[in-house]
Design a binder for this molecule. Structure first.
Ligand SMILES: Cc1cc2nc3c(=O)[nH]c(=O)nc-3n(C[C@H](O)[C@H](O)[C@H](O)COP(=O)(O)OP(=O)(O)OC[C@H]3O[C@@H](n4cnc5c(N)ncnc54)[C@H](O)[C@@H]3O)c2cc1C
Length: 412
């Protein structure tokens, strides 16, 4: 049975993440929004602290790298549970909860913390123990998207051809978050385009690999603190051991190996949206108080002012997004198939985050779009969370396929 309370054992972590968000991220949020492409050096120090927190066990799952397959990273029985074989609150849930707090501080900066890339989650999700030993602890970006393959990730064209003890990669990758700054890039490529999705595998490529050329960095609406890179792979050679998971091309397990990554990363992206939405709500609650608008939790919304009723409705949506996100992460910790819940959480949080940010701007009026405050920035930042790791429409499609028992060929 799922327990909807925040686990007691994670409260110190949540408190620390909130302090970091307030004391470290918020004060530099505007600076790196304006200075696009400048590396936030302050975060190197923060990465060292997060490493220390993880080593000590306090910060298990302090950043994106903490999430793992099946609750790796030391899940423990749920608070209050007497049966040790009962449900676990592990690193997926602790990571989601700490990401919510960090994104209350700043989403773009969270994505820029060394060692906390989405590629790290991919490695944690599908790497063998040997690969974990070799690549774990290093900063990894994730490169799936190509000029001709966005939502339809099964249609990627980047190829990987076996040559002795190496694979040779060729293709183009765009929109790679942390692609310039990370040490590693997890690249999706196909072993055989004729075979289709079963032949798609992910490969770990060192950023220093001469076969991987950085083409450009994007200028964006939001999360400007985070670098977004485009690459060309030209005869890029990687050791055969850089293929993540099994090299076997099987119609049963092939694509599921790489798709498993999304079951871990989508709840984390949902958590980012939840954190950003909370920042907007907290700001707006204070603005309403200053304006003399009382939000009364003991009276029905219809008997309160329109502003208070709107705020209450947004908070209810926020709670729903937060709980769905926790559920998806908790299921990953407990080795329960969570693809549908991961997509539900991502769809709900992505849309809710955007709706809340713009709903708060409406309530706050001119203050909402002034650069004197961060609300206008959060509204710009949150939109990407409804796009990357699968857009709103794609999440709904995935949910519909699973609920209706249709394949991707039957429902597109
Ligand atoms: C700032 C940023 C960072 C990113 N970071 C990464 C990263 O680190 N790694 C990575 O690999 N990618 C990354 N991406 C890419 C991102 O995942 C893609 O942009 C996303 O998957 C959508 O692909 P697309 O932009 O090609 O849009 P398209 O796939 O061309 O879609 C365009 C529109 O059509 C809709 N649509 C498409 N197909 C369907 C359908 N079948 N039914 C209904 N509607 C549909 C989509 O929802 C969308 O609204 C990033 C993108 C941005 C902007």
């Amino acid at each position: 049975m799922i327990n909807l309370e925040t686990p007691r054992k994670f409260r110190p972590l949540i408190g620390q993440a909130h302090s970091v968000a307030r004391e470290v991220l918020r004060p530099i949020a505007r600076k790196y929004d304006s200075d696009t492409h400048e590396r936030p050096r302050e975060l190197d120090f923060l990465a060292a602290i997060l490493d220390g927190m993880s080593d000590s066990g306090v910060g298990e799952g302090a950043g994106a790298a903490g999430a793992g397959a099946g609750g790796g990273g030391g899940g423990s029985p749920r608070d209050g549970a007497t049966d040790p074989a009962a449900t676990r609150n592990g690193s997926n849930l602790s990571t989601a909860l700490s990401i919510m707090e960090m994104c209350w501080g700043d989403v773009g900066l969270l994505l820029s913390i060394p060692g906390q890339g989405l590629g790290n989650s991919a490695i944690a999700a599908v790497a063998t123990p040997e690969q974990l030993a070799q690549y774990g602890g290093r900063w990894a970006a994730m490169a799936i998207t190509e000029p001709e393959a966005g939502s339809d990730s099964a249609s990627i064209r980047t190829t990987a051809v076996r040559d002795g003890d190496e694979y040779v990669l060729n293709g183009e990758k765009i929109y790679v978050t942390a692609g310039e700054r990370a040490e590693l890039v997890v690249v999706w490529a196909t072993l055989d385009r004729a075979v289709g999705r079963a032949a798609i595998k992910s490969f770990i490529v060192e950023r220093s690999n001469p076969g991987m050329r950085l083409d450009r960095l994007e200028h964006k609406l939001g999360i400007r603190a985070s670098d977004t890179a485009a690459f060309t792979l030209s005869d890029c050679r990687v050791p055969a051991s850089a293929l993540l998971g099994s090299p076997e091309v099987s119609s049963k397990t092939g694509f599921s190996g790489v798709m498993q990554t999304f079951d871990n990363t989508r709840p984390l992206v949902a958590a980012m949206a939840v954190g950003c939405a909370k920042a907007c709500l907290d700001f707006t609650r204070e603005a309403l108080e200053e304006a003399g608008v009382e939000v009364d939790y003991d009276r029905p919304a219809l008997s309160q002012s329109a502003a208070a009723a709107t705020f209450l409705a947004m908070e209810a949506e926020y709670d729903a997004a937060r709980l769905l996100t926790m559920q998806a992460a908790w299921m990953a910790d407990n080795r329960r198939p969570n693809s549908v819940q991961a997509s539900i959480a991502k769809a709900k949080a992505g849309r809710t985050g955007t709706d809340i940010a713009f709903g708060c701007i409406e309530l706050c009026g001119a203050v909402g779009i002034s650069e004197t405050h961060l609300l206008e920035k959060w509204a710009r930042d949150v939109k990407i969370l409804d796009i990357f790791e699968g857009t709103q429409q794609i999440q709904l499609l995935i949910i519909a396929r699973q609920l209706l028992g249709r394949t991707s060929a039957q429902l597109k």
